[in-house]
Design a binder for this molecule. Structure first.
Ligand SMILES: NC(=O)c1ccc[n+]([C@@H]2O[C@H](COP(=O)([O-])OP(=O)(O)OC[C@H]3O[C@@H](n4cnc5c(N)ncnc54)[C@H](OP(=O)(O)O)[C@@H]3O)[C@@H](O)[C@H]2O)c1
Length: 266
């Protein structure tokens, strides 16, 4: 299938690992140029080398997307590297596993900054150029926890729900002018966020009392109708489609990619 992404310029936040790196890979293999964004310069440099070694056209921007004027820096970097910006993927995010009563107020604020304010800032910076050209794609990576709050990720759930509202607002405002804004809502996915030492898998293992990491993983996967966690590639495929020309009549969706986790028809 031709996705119509040849030479489109894309910015992907959180591109140095997990889902964001797989999105970068898939966009590159569809012929797009990708500005990879994250905070750790060494990790970002290493992953951009991988993307380039696979034949991708990838540039990098080291930035904390919650910092002041991050949106302007992203646009400036995309223009400097590739001339413009056609596609924005707001993918950067993180989560901790704990009960509601253990989650401090400050973490609710941080999650709101990361999942709502930073994407707002980046969308506002990206949209004028997209409007000039009458074409744009924005994909906001929320979570199944944004649709149905996870009792073990309370601050994260609230931030991701805010992201869904923001995404719908922008979708309604700009669809008629050629910019399709959508969200995706992944379920648990085997990225670094879950699988790195001390990550969500280890945190959930501690809470559940599972004997091994594999048992904890099966417990998490077993709660979904599909019976397992997703791979980053499976989530990235849906994001890449929504970035493409083929998604020309998809606007304001909150697309579940969760193996059936959220038990509503939405
Ligand atoms: N994995 C899941 O089960 C799952 C499920 C539902 C939704 N999601 C969502 O999917 C997205 C990607 O998750 P993932 O699983 O791929 O996570 P991951 O493997 O931990 O990768 C997160 C990426 O975000 C970057 N990042 C984090 N905070 C940032 C900041 N303030 N500014 C710039 N970059 C930042 C990280 O790099 P640096 O740390 O170097 O900045 C990294 O590149 C997140 O929004 C997550 O909430 C994941």
């Amino acid at each position: 299938m031709n996705l119509g992404l040849e030479n489109r310029v894309c910015a992907v936040t959180g591109a140095s690992g997990g889902i964001g790196f797989e999105v970068t890979r898939q966009l590159c293999s569809a012929g797009a140029k990708v500005l990879m964004i994250s905070r750790d310069p060494e990790q970002l440099a290493a992953m951009s080398e991988v993307a380039r070694a696979e034949g991708g056209q990838a540039g990098v921007l080291v930035i904390d997307i919650t910092s002041d004027h991050a949106g302007e820096h992203v646009i400036a970097a995309a223009k400097q590297e590739f001339g413009q910006l056609d596609v924005l993927v707001n993918n950067a995010g993180t989560a901790k596993w704990r009960d509601l009563e253990e989650a401090p107020e400050e973490d609710f604020r941080d999650q709101f900054e990361l999942s709502a304010m930073a994407p707002l800032n980046l969308m506002r910076a990206a949209i004028p150029g997209m409007l000039d050209r009458g074409w744009g794609r924005i994909v906001n990576v929320s979570s199944s926890a944004g649709k149905r709050p996870s009792s073990k990720m309370p601050d994260y759930s609230v931030g991701k729900a805010a992201m869904l509202s923001l995404s719908k607002l922008f979708a309604d405002e700009y669809a008629e002018r050629g910019i399709m804004v959508n969200a995706v809502c992944p379920g648990p996915t085997g990225s670094e966020l879950w699988l790195e030492p001390g990550g969500l898998l280890d945190q959930s293992k501690e809470h559940s009392g599972a004997n091994t990491r594999e048992a904890a993983r099966q417990t998490v996967g077993g709660k979904r109708p599909i019976g397992r966690m997703a791979t980053p590639e499976e989530i990235a495929s849906v994001i890449t489609f929504l970035c493409s020309d083929r998604a020309s009549f998809v606007s304001g969706a909150a697309w579940s990619v969760d193996g059936g986790s959220v038990p509503v028809i939405l």
